[in-house]
Design a protein around this ligand. Sequence first.
Ligand SMILES: [Zn+2]
Length: 396
Amino acid sequence: MSVPAPSVLGAVDVPALHLLLAARRAELVADLVAYAERETPSDDPVLLAKGLAYLEAWLTDRLGDPAGRTHHEAAARGDVVVLDYAGVGDRLTLLAHYDTVWSAGTLDAWPVRVSTDGAGDVVSGPGVFDMKAGLVQAVWAIRTLRAAGVPHPPLRLVLTGDEEIGSPFSRPLIEAASADAAAVLVFEASADGGAVKTARKGVGLFDVHVRGVESHAGLDPTAGASAIDEIARAVRTLHAATDRAEGTSVNVGVLRGGSRPNVVAGTAEASIDVRVPSLSAQDRIDALLAGLHPHDRRAAITVTGGWNRPVMERSAPIAAMYALAQAAAARLGLDLPETAVGGASDGNFAAALGLPVLDGLGAVGGGAHARHEHVSVDGMVERAAVAAGVMAAFAV
Ligand SMILES: [Zn+2]
């Protein structure tokens, strides 16, 4: 399996797909508004379950019954549903999270609105950009291919409800659903100017624990081995690994230790957030953490935690997916920029498996996690056409 060459898109009439989508523009907007009017905060299992049930009914209405369906129950989080749709050729996996960062009741003060500004029609509301419009675009891309009689590959749609809290439940399911895919399309929002995301930093969350030896600070100080002294040295070593030019940051954000001023500290802990732009930087941090050793041999250092989201490097398969998407956009006379971003997504998991990943294929707009969150309606139609072109390329 490999990514089709961009020239394959010569055989796909992307402009015709775009015209079909443009004719259904009002329905795309209506679908987004209806979906966004269902609140789905990551921390509200009841609302998440309702939102997921709504989505499944809507998907059946728009795409018919799936050929396969598995439902994975998460305790106290959003469930994961994996839907398979039959097609021709190698299978694609499509990732979409339905949870948002917005708490229950946000809609009361900030209802979903369709308006027109200088840039054209805009839909605003909680979760529209990250990433409810992306799923609507994906579904309409599939629907339009079918309406046009253009073959699409087998598609596996993965709906997850814990992306905004780091995907603790869905991660293994995302990996399993992606592992044997020809490519993975992530309908997360685009970056500035509609750019797709061809590189994302990796995020590591670690704790350094130091065990020292307690003693009386005044009467018998040499009997003690200070955990505070050890953690202070470790903090200096860790912060020294920050490399701004490279894009690596190591931040000890929380420090705890000791019991009282007149006791040589017996324990200390540091909590660390690490961001890395490359696998080599990730390896360097791993080696640094593994190599932390106490200055005083009576103390001991252990490290727990790990890479919450592995780095997504601009690998050859990712570059090939970008070239394909760029060719689809070019058929519409559109520029499709690419960019590297600091934030992570579920695309990081698929990329870590070495797969061709196209991330940021979703909405064009802005204001993720902010009160001005909005999407462009023209962008929805165009992106759905680009996604349709990319999907069709795998069935040529
Ligand atoms: Zn998102």
